[in-house]
Design a protein around this ligand. Structure first.
Ligand code: NAD
Length: 331
């Protein structure tokens, strides 16, 4: 069984090679992203292992299926990037890693909040230049602040738990309230009320037709002046030009992003030798009150191990006719 991995970095190889291979499996690690042009690299491979910025649109899936692929093993929890209608029509099974480490993403979310609040990037650069002044570095206490958690599944719950530990008041919005979050003292309310009452808003819901541009000009207008928005979920939850307008007017006080709507051609690559072609991202990077990380919230040793072991188990189960963690259209 040939398994072709796309978008692989050194840490992917290390984590997958640390586990026993499924029976008769051959691993082929490809560094390029999966696209219509690179799909040919999977010719003859029964299993394609893909990551979040791989192109899993109908034309790519058609190429994979005609090359003999039978299973798409996603190394991610999110599956908004695969055309499930096409995969089902083509008879391709799709498996994902429903949970690896919600703590990895929740803790990175908190890292963004603390770094923005206490101006850590500015302070770091300043002290390295021998500038030990404190002008412009004033932060705020987190205790007693109100944190709005949009989406209280595994990650939202882990994040709410940490923020409750800081002494924050937790507000939540989710069509399916989570009793563990209620037990933290959280109050569920509608999205507009959550946005209006929160000092910090953090997005932890999946991307889908109902959540695309959930944060837009109108929802930003509901947020408090000077509040903080964090998105470690999926880029297209946020209408980026609308957020830039809110930053320019000062209505939005801080922005922390680990994801970006147009990240697919940028993130995970070293493009530092080239002019940045994305003018929207370039504008975002000019704000001192914005921190952007390149989709690294998942990147802990524990999460990588869990991604590798679950993905390999998914492949093994599928190969023995007892598939697990399948993604279907009706899901
Ligand atoms: P989960 O399925 O456990 O929780 C998602 C929650 O969102 C559920 O409770 C669901 O009811 C809720 N939800 C659905 N639609 C909603 C809506 N319209 N408004 C508010 N809530 C809604 O998923 P999870 O494991 O907590 O992951 C959440 C998201 O985090 C994933 O979908 C993925 O996009 C993102 N993620 C990012 C990284 C990263 O490295 N940055 C890593 C893993 C996951």
């Amino acid at each position: 069984m040939r398994i072709v991995f796309f978008s692989t970095q050194a840490y992917d190889r290390e984590s997958f090679l640390a586990f026993p291979k499924p029976q008769n499996a051959e691993f082929i690690f490809q560094q390029p992203k999966l696209t219509t042009d690179t799909a040919v690299l999977a010719a003859g491979a029964e299993v394609v292992c893909a990551f979040i910025n791989d192109d899993l649109s109908a034309p790519v899936l058609e190429k994979l299926a005609s090359g003999g692929t039978k299973l798409i093993a996603l190394r991610s929890a999110g599956y908004n990037h695969i055309d499930l209608e096409a995969s089902q029509k083509l008879g391709l099974a799709v498996a994902r890693v429903p949970s690896y480490s919600p703590h990895a993403i929740a803790e990175h979310t908190v890292a963004l909040i603390l770094a923005l609040n206490r101006h850590l990037t500015r302070a770091y650069n300043r002290t390295r230049e021998g500038d030990f002044s404190l002008r412009g570095l004033t932060g705020f206490d987190l205790v007693n602040k109100t944190v709005g958690v949009v989406g209280t599944g595994q990650i939202g719950e882990a994040f709410a738990r940490i923020m409750a530990g800081f002494g924050c008041k937790i507000l939540a919005y989710d069509p399916y309230p989570n009793q563990a979050v209620v037990a933290l003292g959280a109050r569920y309310l509608d999205l507009d009320s959550l946005l209006a009452q929160s000092h910090i808003v953090s997005l932890h819901c999946p991307l889908g037709p109902t959540t695309h541009h959930l944060i837009n000009t109108s929802s930003l207008a509901h947020m408090q002046r000077g509040s903080m928005l964090i998105n470690t979920s999926r880029g297209a939850l946020v209408d980026t030009p609308a957020v830039i307008d809110a930053l320019k007017s000062g209505h939005l006080g801080y922005l922390g992003l680990d994801v970006y709507e147009e990240e697919a051609d940028l993130f995970f690559e070293d493009l530092s030798d080239f002019p940045l072609q994305d003018d929207v991202l370039a504008r975002l990077l000019t704000f001192p009150n914005v921190i952007i990380t390149a989709h690294q919230a998942f990147l802990t040793r524990e999460a990588l191990d869990a991604i590798a072991s679950t993905t390999l188990a998914n492949i093994e189960h599928w190969a023995t006719g007892a598939p697990q963690n399948l993604v279907r259209l009706e899901a």
